[in-house]
Design a protein around this ligand. Sequence first.
Ligand code: SAM
Length: 226
Amino acid sequence: MADPGKLILVPTPIGNLQDITWRAVQVLKDADIILAEDTRVSSKLMKHLEIDKRLTSHHKFNEHKTVGHIVSQIEMGNVVALISDAGTPAISDPGFLLVRACVEKGIEVECLPGPTALIPALAVSGLPTDKFVFEGFLPQKKGRQTRLIFLAEETRTMVFYESPFRLVKTLGQFAEFFGEERNACVCRELSKMFEEIKRGSVKELEAYYAAHPPKGEIVIVVEGKS
Ligand code: SAM
């Protein structure tokens, strides 16, 4: 009988291309099908890795429709690798729907260890790492205040993804809902040339970034309630 197919989630660099693992390169070379969030973004990585393969688009706007077809491709014996624009698929990126569909069908799913923004941010923050919660992006409008009220009681370290355009507003809301003295760490452009790590109270960080409007990608790590 032919080998059964499987789904492999392949983390890709969040900035520094040297962060790709040897195993990730091998899996991408060997895969029958590579699904990519944005084929233009990932084709640059493929070129850098000297992998000459067609990429199939799999993003939040089509994943509901394509999951069934991908599952049948795997059931026919294909090994499918999933990559996102950066970091680990399914972490604030497409992937969850496909993983769930595979699990429901009893299909083997693997995720290679590799780049993601949340773990380096947590580890470098200087805040307790023994217990933490990953909040991803806060809701932008509806539900934002309810979430902040809920999180005001959270005792574990919290990790948020944020856009540079909302950073100051979000830090201001952390000061309002969690208290001005709550410690935090803003990690900007991790693994890139202009990486910046700033630690301080949420009030101090709000003032700093109001005076120095940030660019690039950001993770905010916030101390839990003591
Ligand atoms: N799947 C990715 C992961 O595993 O981290 C996350 C994708 S999510 C769409 C993108 C967000 O991740 C950015 O808005 C930012 O909050 C965070 N991020 C990604 N790369 C980053 C970097 N190099 N430095 C800081 N934050 C980053």
